[in-house]
Design a protein around this ligand. Structure first.
Ligand code: FMN
Length: 186
């Protein structure tokens, strides 16, 4: 085993005790579970609990991820913003199918949110731009606020025995169904 491998193997995993995800406690709507987990991450004092990996797919099929900030959640979906002319902006415009992955390491929780991205209005994008801490009075017509309207969620609650609990929600029209994911978890 290389020195690096042995160093990596010895790193501490999740803190104890981990929360337990019980199927009988699950809400029918995934937003409710997501908001509960996000709020618990915020209350725990975790740094940037609203940061996630956003995944896009290039025209040649290559998946690409980078960190973004979740801006809001409402009836339109999960809001994010970026430059339309950035690489991710061009990728989203060409293929709006995207995923977010949140990881809250203090509680051993991961959530994948998948759906279609759509542009929000110029007005919403302008307000978002002007609300940024770096705003210096200059407009930015390239700045775009989007929403991801989810049709899939996968919630994972880590367990010390590595038999992680995973629950998937899928949307068909306006109806959500929920199922336990039973494929190997890692
Ligand atoms: C914590 C964190 C939050 C970030 N939030 C955003 C964001 O909300 N919007 C954005 O465009 N870039 C954000 N970035 C920068 C992106 O990760 C990325 O480097 C940049 O947007 C260029 O990505 P692209 O070349 O894939 O378009 C953030 C980076 C970090 C580390």
């Amino acid at each position: 085993m290389s020195e690096l491998e042995s160093l990596l193997r010895q790193l501490p995993a999740f803190p104890q005790p981990l929360p337990v995800l019980r199927e009988e406690d699950l809400p029918n709507l995934p937003d409710e579970l997501f908001l509960g987990w996000l709020n618990e991450a915020i209350e725990s004092g975790a740094r940037q609990p609203h940061a996630m990996t956003m995944l896009t797919v290039r025209p040649d099929g290559t998946p690409v991820g980078r960190t973004l900030i979740l801006k809001d959640i409402d009836g339109d979906g999960y809001h994010f913003s970026t430059h339309r002319s950035s690489r991710k902006g061009l990728e989203v415009e060409a293929n709006p199918r995207i995923s977010f992955v949140f990881f809250w390491r203090e509680s051993g929780r991961q959530v994948r949110v998948t759906g279609d991205a759509t542009r929000l209005s110029e007005e919403a994008s302008r307000r978002d731009w002007e609300g940024r801490p770096s705003y210096a009075g200059q407009p930015n017509p390239d700045w775009q606020r989007y929403t991801l309207r989810p049709d899939e969620f996968e919630f994972m609650q880590a367990r010390l025995d590595r038999n992680h609990t995973r629950i998937e929600y899928r949307r068909d029209g306006i109806a959500w169904t929920r199922a336990r994911v039973t494929s190997p978890a890692g």
